[in-house]
Write a protein that binds this ligand. Structure first.
Ligand SMILES: NC(=O)c1ccc[n+]([C@@H]2O[C@H](COP(=O)([O-])OP(=O)(O)OC[C@H]3O[C@@H](n4cnc5c(N)ncnc54)[C@H](OP(=O)(O)O)[C@@H]3O)[C@@H](O)[C@H]2O)c1
Length: 291
């Protein structure tokens, strides 16, 4: 166990700076490295040590937390002189956002070079870090997670450990993003309806915010339905959504506003209805997506 409160932080973009700042504030001995060394200035003034190379930063502590732009940046760092070799005997906590494949490859690379590996997906902005409810998805070998946990808790109270597959955090992060962008596209189409009809779009935003807690509970229910495989109607028959999405499409066509989102949404529900799913729970649409 590394409980001697020391850590190396590689990457000092807006997220890396917030991470390093939290460790300093919590009494860690912090070693820093960033491609652009200037960004370490304020933290060095507060007691952090600036390493001359990524390899030196990796050697300085048992645990290294990396948070850079993407996995191409991480690869570039491990390609610098001595960096890959310096992983030997270390625990790498990779907080860079990536795909499940990125995570699998990064774990294999770390293991090949003698390091334990934990993958984390940060689901918060830099100024939201360090709070009791800051969400952080984490995956990787149990022993590596157990060792990293105190360092992760220093960054985010809302840790969800998703098990030993390193790719899990990235996969769940991507799945969460998919939910967000689906909602966002629907919201933007809704904003077009509101503004085209001459209504206050800010008020539309407030109305949507008001239904979010109920909608969140509904999404959670639909997730359980999919997991159970029982699509008997329990909350919302799909037929209602078939009609609702057709109505959104028809209104867009009648008023001449953009139809791309409703064409997509109504098209999917229409196909599901044609496949005989209209009388099942809404989440049965996933059967179409599996084909
Ligand atoms: N900011 C957020 O709101 C947020 C929220 C959740 C997750 N994240 C994730 O956190 C990670 C970092 O985000 P950020 O906001 O801190 O990004 P950022 O401010 O753009 O900083 C990018 C960092 O990556 C480094 N970098 C980029 N290309 C590099 C290369 N080829 N070689 C070496 N270093 C390289 C930069 O070094 P230089 O300083 O030298 O350019 C800098 O340290 C990302 O994966 C992001 O998805 C961010």
């Amino acid at each position: 166990m590394s409980n001697n409160k020391e850590v190396s932080v590689l990457g000092l973009g807006s997220m890396g700076l917030a991470i390093a700042q939290l460790y300093l504030a919590q009494g860690y001995k912090v070693t820093l490295w960033n491609r652009t060394a200037d960004k370490a200035g304020a933290l060095v003034a507060k007691g952090a040590v600036l390493a001359r190379s990524a390899a030196e930063a990796l050697r300085a502590s048992r645990v290294a937390v990396m948070c850079v732009y993407d996995y191409r940046a991480a690869d570039a760092i491990f390609a610098t002189e001595g960096a890959a070799a310096a992983l030997d005997g270390r625990l790498l906590v990779q907080l860079t956002t990536g795909s499940p494949k990125d995570a699998r490859e990064a774990e294999a690379f770390a293991h090949r070079h003698g390091a334990a590996y934990v993958e984390g997906a940060i689901q918060a902005a830099p100024d939201q870090m360090g709070r009791p409810d800051t969400p952080l998805l984490v995956s990787g070998a149990q022993a590596a997670f157990d060792e990293a946990e105190p360092l992760l808790k220093a960054l985010a109270g809302g840790i969800v450990y998703l098990g030993e597959k390193a790719s899990a955090a990235a996969a769940m992060d991507l799945a969460t993003l998919s939910s967000i962008y689906g909602t966002m596209l629907g919201f933007l189409h809704g904003a077009r309806i509101a503004e085209h009809e001459g209504f206050d779009v800010a008020e539309f935003g407030r109305i949507v915010a008001g239904i979010m807690p109920t909608f969140a509970a509904f999404l959670q229910h639909e997730g359980s339905v999919i997991q159970s495989g029982d699509f008997t109607v329990s909350q919302s028959p799909m037929r209602i959504s078939v009609e609702a999405t057709q109505r959104i499409l028809q209104t867009a066509q009648e008023t001449g506003i953009n139809t791309e989102f409703p064409v997509f949404a109504a098209g999917l529900f229409k196909r599901a209805d044609a496949a005989g799913l209209g009388g099942e729970e809404l989440a049965a649409l996933i059967k179409l997506l599996r084909q």
